[in-house]
Design a protein around this ligand. Structure first.
Ligand SMILES: Nc1nc2c(ncn2[C@@H]2O[C@H](COP(=O)(O)OP(=O)(O)OP(=O)(O)O)[C@@H](O)[C@H]2O)c(=O)[nH]1
Ligand SMILES: [Mg+2]
Length: 568
């Protein structure tokens, strides 16, 4: 109870003692601050020639004393007694300021991030008188009172997220009806919260991108657009995008300290419940960021995993997704566990909490081993099926490509099937194989081939997914030949080709011959078409949905399997 926070090093022990004594003060519950407390705080602050912040709960108890401004002494959200956009945190800050000027934006931001009941700023005169018996007078010049604004008011008034009073007297401040202020604010927050819940069946997301040196502005923008698409597919709504250029990521929080504050402010002011990063975050980074934002933090991998989890239909699909999720989760268990035990709070929870965590970890490891075994069985089963097909000498062709390229549309168009097609990322998770009859290139005799539609690729495919989906991906590597479908109407089609080739290159078994097929021709302008034809003279150009160029594709398919050396 007598820790002094902030920059108190170099203070005399008598001064530290004075600061610690502030913890013994108790104010009446219904006043913001008493003149006596304010003057005494100002006297200490004047003595040490530094700003001092005190944090009080609604019972009038001092719960934190810190040397420095409101930003430097702030309480991390997870350590606040209560936290959530529905209410205020129940803590107010009484702060001194050496210069006679209104509070700075960084202090106000800190107030928003902590959802403080109020922030009172006392500016100093630089002198004053100590009275006998410990009282003080004359230390305070101007007083400002700041508090959060309900969102509707902030938007209507095109103001910031806070309101700051004109300078007032200490007497006026101490006569403020404090309880009335916080109660009316909270009623408004509650109303907004309920209104928001009504149409909130989705996550409200603040998206964060970090632009490294080597990435061009265009590439960065494309990546963020893709992340927004992923969030949208996962069922979230991006309320705001924040980015930062930085040559080296910050080890603890990825983005810099100032940006962390910006993000926290946005989270609070927009009522977001999720922050999504366009990067992989380490378990420690997630932990640090969550404690600053007070809401869940996810990285790109977790979003992709979430989409896969929502999409998985078959037993095999669910199995592989669960495996990927657990593999991703295991190293992160420690962090979330600590956050949780802190929420549970207090003496006695820590020991058993850790033990429980250890048990949990072991049971997850067991489950992973179990799932691995099942995936191995699946892999063996698929491999037996393939062997059988090979015995029958039916050539197989797998359709691969970036997600949303039109692979499923193509297999439907070629084989009159009804594989699920949607303008979503990762619409297909489970491979589907269909028989296709084509005319042999040489003899014109009818020939059967097997066409397999598979899961789409994406740049930087998360490693746990690659591992978990190896049974599915083997359908690709074990096929006699590949059709690589590219959405030529997509602005980043060239990068998408590169990403797909990279992923294919990383597979254990080298794929057979690849036929490049540019799709969505109906939506492509002539310049792009000319460019693609120039760069890829051997490619085919089709529109799967408009059934354009499919006849040529059938002919080429026959040549392709001939070339692959099967089915003769
Ligand atoms: N304009 C146009 N749209 C197409 C064409 N082919 C597919 N689409 C659309 O593109 C979207 C994605 O098609 P899918 O066939 O589901 O793509 P996919 O490659 O299977 O995607 P994933 O399974 O998610 O990896 C759908 O909205 C299709 O209607 C085309 O030739 N032209
Ligand atoms: Mg598909």
């Amino acid at each position: 109870m007598d820790t002094i926070y902030g920059k108190y090093k170099g203070l005399k022990s008598s001064q530290v003692k004075q600061l610690k004594k502030l913890y013994h003060q108790k104010l009446p519950g219904d006043v913001l601050v008493t003149p006596e407390f304010a003057q005494r705080l100002a006297a200490i602050s004047t003595d040490i020639n530094q700003p001092v912040c005190t944090y009080l709960n609604r019972r009038g108890q001092v719960i934190r004393v810190g040397v420095g401004n409101a930003r430097q002494t702030q309480i991390p959200p997870l350590e606040l007694p209560r936290y959530g956009e529905k209410r205020l945190s129940g803590i107010r800050c009484i702060a001194t300021k050496l210069k006679a000027e209104p509070p700075k934006e960084s202090s106000l931001t800190a107030m928003v991030c902590q959802r403080l009941d109020a922030l009172a700023i006392l500016t100093l005169t630089g002198t004053g008188k100590l009275k006998r018996g410990g009282g003080a007078t004359g230390y305070i010049q101007d007083v400002y009172l700041a508090h959060l604004l309900p969102r509707s008011e902030a938007i209507a008034g095109e103001q910031e997220y806070w309101s700051v009073s004109e300078s007032m007297s200490l007497k006026a401040l101490s006569e403020q009806d404090f309880l009335d202020l916080v109660e009316s604010l909270e009623a408004e927050f509650e109303r907004e919260y309920v209104a928001q819940q009504v149409d909130a069946d989705h996550d409200r997301v603040v998206m964060v991108g970090l632009q490294a040196d080597k990435i061009s502005d265009q590439e960065f923008e494309d990546r963020l657009n893709e992340l927004e698409g992923l969030i949208d597919t996962a069922g979230g709504e991006v309320l705001e995008t924040i980015h930062q250029k930085r040559s080296r990521p910050h080890p603890r929080t990825l983005v810099g300290e100032g940006k962390v504050q910006d993000i926290a402010l946005k989270v609070q002011s927009l009522g977001a419940n999720l922050v999504a990063f366009d990067r992989s975050l380490s378990p420690a980074q997630i932990r640090n960021l969550e404690s600053q934002f007070g809401v869940r933090v996810v990285d790109r991998t977790e979003i992709i995993l979430d989409i896969f989890a929502q999409r998985a239909q078959s037993r095999a699909g669910k199995l592989q997704v669960e495996l990927a999720q657990l593999e991703y989760m295991l190293p992160r268990l420690v962090g979330r566990g600590q956050a949780m035990s802190r929420l549970g709070g207090g003496i006695g929870t820590r020991g058993p909490g850790e033990t429980k965590l250890e048990t949990e970890r072991r049971s997850i490891q067991k489950r992973i081993a179990n799932l691995q075994r099942q995936v191995n069985e699946l892999q063996a089963h698929r491999s037996r099926m393939r062997k059988q097909r090979q015995k029958q000498d039916v050539p197989s062709v797998a359709i691969v490509g970036y997600t949303n390229a039109g692979k499923s549309t193509l297999i439907n168009a070629l084989t009159n099937s009804e594989v699920y097609v949607a303008n979503q990322l990762f619409a297909t998770l489970d491979p589907t194989t269909r028989r296709l009859s084509i005319a042999d290139a040489d003899t014109a005799a009818p020939q059967n081939i097997l066409l397999t539609d598979t899961v789409g690729f994406i740049q930087q495919l998360p490693p746990p997914l690659v591992n978990a989906f190896r049974a599915t991906l083997e359908e690709v590597t074990e096929a006699d030949a590949l059709l690589h479908v590219v959405d030529l109407s997509h602005p980043t089609w060239e990068n998408q080709i590169r990403s797909v080739m990279e992923i294919l290159g990383q597979m254990a078994i080298a794929p057979g011959p690849i036929l490049l097929v540019f799709n969505k021709l109906d939506r492509v302008d002539s310049d792009t078409l000319a460019k693609a034809k120039d760069e890829f003279p051997l490619a085919l150009f089709i529109s799967a949905s408009d059934r354009l160029g499919l006849e040529t594709l059938r002919q080429k398919l026959s040549l392709l399997v001939d070339y692959a050396g099967v089915g003769e």
